[in-house]
Design a protein around this ligand. Sequence first.
Ligand code: SME
Length: 163
Amino acid sequence: MTDYRGIRLALEGLTEGIPYPIANLANAAALLFEQMPGLNWAGFYLTRVRPDGGRELVLGPFQGRPACIVIPWGRGVCGTAAARNAAQLVADVHEFPGHIACDAASASEAVIPLHGPDGSVAGVLDLDSPRRGRFSEEDLAGLMTLVPCLEACLPAVCPEAGT
Ligand code: SME
């Protein structure tokens, strides 16, 4: 069983008082990748508001293989979590309609929405595993305890905004 209390304390220790969002999210991804057994990808997608007002997810700091850079709002597991503002636990990604396969080894996935100060979805935490059914409700509950600290790490605006 993953030591979520230990991860939370380490995450707080690494990030509190550090005013650099990319550094904090990079360390958060590294910590989760190191401390959670059986992952092949751990990282963040950040919400970008396009000039036309639509939203999309842009790749943020992560550990694992290179990943797709832009995910349309509502597409894949990440886009679904963002659009529904609801965590997604997917035991078998091959059965998830519209799943975006960044790493063919990925078999299960957990995605948790992260919010900005105004309550809107400012990004997501995305965890992948090559093992089917890797993520349990207990994992989800443990990961949710990290959300306040992760939300405090988020940049005020997506670094890609305005580009
Ligand atoms: N599988 C994700 C895309 C991101 S990668 O897993 C890193 C999805 O369907 O949203």
